[in-house]
Design a protein around this ligand. Structure first.
Ligand SMILES: [Zn+2]
Length: 245
């Protein structure tokens, strides 16, 4: 049976002289690994369509236990991401995160939309890279079962305080009167509001907030700390991104 779906290439590995193995975040089947027959032939229309960060229409069939892509047409190649080290390394980090967190075999429409919208804004320089990074980290975690409890103080329910304290290990927020004595990070009102916005707003509004430079720095730091605590691993592309910023 031949299926068609659209998907974002999040990893590519060349095989032999002409073939390519790819990992794809598809709209309908979650993350799949697939063999691209003849992908690297100059004549192949699949060449650009199956490169890393390509978003493409894919024709897929199952051969024994392996998905095979026998035709691919590029929809978007995010040209503006390529050729800039900061933007390329950040896009690679997004791909690594998808590979780590997105489910296999499930409908991934919302994760795909988040990835495409983030890459579009990165490609067109629409928002500071630190802001896009924090949005992608926190929203992806929220979509994959790691949304922190941000509605109010975990102990007394207080919604807002001049400074609130985030317990990364337990994914909980506290007001200044109830904060545990250790292992929390202090966050200003703007950062708490931004975190709530990223995790809880409608998908089309997730990018629309502004923060001061200091707030953005704090948001970026806490989002990364939270992501690294949840996924318990290092990301080469993140180290690379940080070496450029
Ligand atoms: Zn409290």
């Amino acid at each position: 049976m031949r299926l068609n779906t659209d998907g974002l290439i999040i990893k590519e590995t060349n095989v032999g002289d002409a073939d390519r193995f790819v990992t794809v975040l598809t709209r309908d089947m979650g993350v799949i690994r697939a063999f691209v027959r003849g992908a690297r032939s100059i004549k192949s229309r699949s060449l650009s369509a199956t490169q890393l960060l390509g978003y493409s229409r894919l024709y897929v069939f199952m051969s024994r236990d392996t998905y095979v892509i026998d035709e691919a047409e590029p929809i978007e190649v995010f040209f503006g991401v390529r050729g800039d080290f900061t933007r390329t390394s950040l896009a690679m980090y997004f791909c690594e995160l998808i590979s780590e967190l997105a489910p296999e075999g499930n409908d991934s429409q919302e994760i795909l939309s988040l990835a495409l919208n983030t890459l579009y804004k990165l490609s067109n320089n629409k928002l500071p890279t630190h802001q896009l990074k924090a949005i992608f980290e926190m929203r992806l975690l929220s979509l994959t079962g790691y949304m922190p409890a941000l509605v109010g103080c975990e102990h007394c329910g207080k919604y807002s305080d001049d400074t609130m304290y985030f317990d990364v290990e337990h994914s909980q927020l506290y007001c200044s009167s109830c904060k545990p004595s250790q292992h929390t990070f202090a966050l200003g009102v703007g950062v708490v509001t931004a975190l709530r916005h990223i995790c809880l707003s409608d998908p089309e509004k997730v990018f629309s907030f502004t923060l001061s430079a200091a707030g953005l720095k704090s948001l970026s730091e806490i989002s990364e700390i939270y992501l690294l605590a949840r996924t318990q691993r290092r990301y080469k592309s993140l180290d690379l991104y940080k070496s450029f910023t």
